[in-house]
Design a protein around this ligand. Structure first.
Ligand code: FUB
Length: 311
């Protein structure tokens, strides 16, 4: 189903320093936004939180059965392109796990590769999350899932980065943060996964998102320092580090949402932070909503802390 709708007011996001009205998707719950620019249009691939019914998923926990993609050319008017991948139409995923967690999507050689974590129905190969890939000719799909999950990867929150020399890398989380090179086919690791070194030793870390600016590589990640996740980052001189923990992009949620999850990208010469909070579900923080704010860098390349735009 394709649906066109207008977000609830008219933010001046494109101007430097302007702030959005958040959340910017209000027709459903959304989380974990991976924002990409394809063909001079912004595409956001979020998780899709729903309210589970009896017998669906784990009570009082995240509940997700599919993914939508949204797009905009002005960060104000968003098109919902509908469902692109779902747990019941993917060969290897457990059809009743309701755990289609944080995805990502990248373009390479004429194809769009959508990476998504989910529990596999074949638990003889191990419990927990595997990572699948679905491929499309257009950013809004239709996407065709690969019949099997990626080999040699267990974990959640895949993020793929393609460097200027064409080498692709994947980052993901499983207790620690991991990384590996990808082969040219974008479907297989090129080497063994390595634990990313020098990360904080205490507190959950997940949701890696790597981007490059001015020859510096920024590894960003949610981290539980106290009760809920703040967004933090480390910097390095190559896509595989070594990384040095550098600072905090966003403090813990002012409304107590336990998770946060970020992506960062540049569009029309302005940088943006995409993230989530539980604005549309103040009493249940597993029904989240995605947000945008402008992001700025200090002259030394460090990131200025983002104060979330409240409703
Ligand atoms: O949305 C489910 C999980 O919550 C994500 O995979 C994590 O990053 C956290 O946002």
């Amino acid at each position: 189903m394709k649906k066109q709708f207008l977000s609830i007011l008219l933010p001046l996001l494109a101007g430097a320093g302007a702030q959005a009205q958040n959340p910017f998707i209000t027709n459903q719950f959304t989380a974990d936004p991976s924002a990409r620019v394809f063909n001079n249009r912004v595409y956001v691939y979020p998780s899709h939180d729903i309210k589970c019914g009896p017998g669906q998923g784990r009570p009082n926990w995240f509940c997700m059965e599919d993914y939508h993609v949204f797009s905009s050319d002005n960060l104000t008017d968003w098109t919902d392109h509908g469902v692109i991948v779902s747990q019941d139409k993917t060969n290897w995923t457990a059809p009743t796990a309701y755990s289609m967690w944080a995805p990502d999507c990248v373009y390479r050689n004429g194809k769009y590769y959508f990476y998504f974590p989910a529990p596999a129905k074949d638990t003889t190969k191990g419990r927990g999350f595997s990572i699948g890939v679905a491929i499309a000719d257009k950013p809004e799909g239709p996407f065709t899932p690969q019949p099997e999950p990626m080999a040699n990867v267990r974990g959640i929150d895949p993020n793929v980065f393609i460097d200027k020399d064409g080498q692709a890398y994947m980052y993901w989380a499983q207790g620690n943060l991991y990384m590996a090179k990808l082969k040219e086919n974008m479907l297989e690791l090129d080497g063994e996964p390595v634990v990313i070194a020098n990360m904080p030793t205490q507190g959950l870390k997940e949701g890696p998102w790597l981007f490059e600016r001015g020859g510096k590589y920024y590894l960003t990640y949610p981290h539980v320092r106290n009760k809920t996740e703040s967004l933090e980052y480390a910097m390095g001189n190559t896509p595989m580090g070594p990384f040095t923990v550098t600072g905090v992009i966003m403090d813990e949620s002012p409304t107590g949402c336990w998770t946060n999850h970020q992506s960062i990208m540049e569009y029309n010469k302005q940088w943006y932070l995409f993230y989530h909070n539980n604005d549309l579900s103040p009493r249940f923080d597993k029904n989240r909503s995605i947000r945008i704010d402008s992001l700025f860098f200090e002259p030394d390349g460090t990131i200025r802390k983002v104060i979330p735009t409240l409703r």
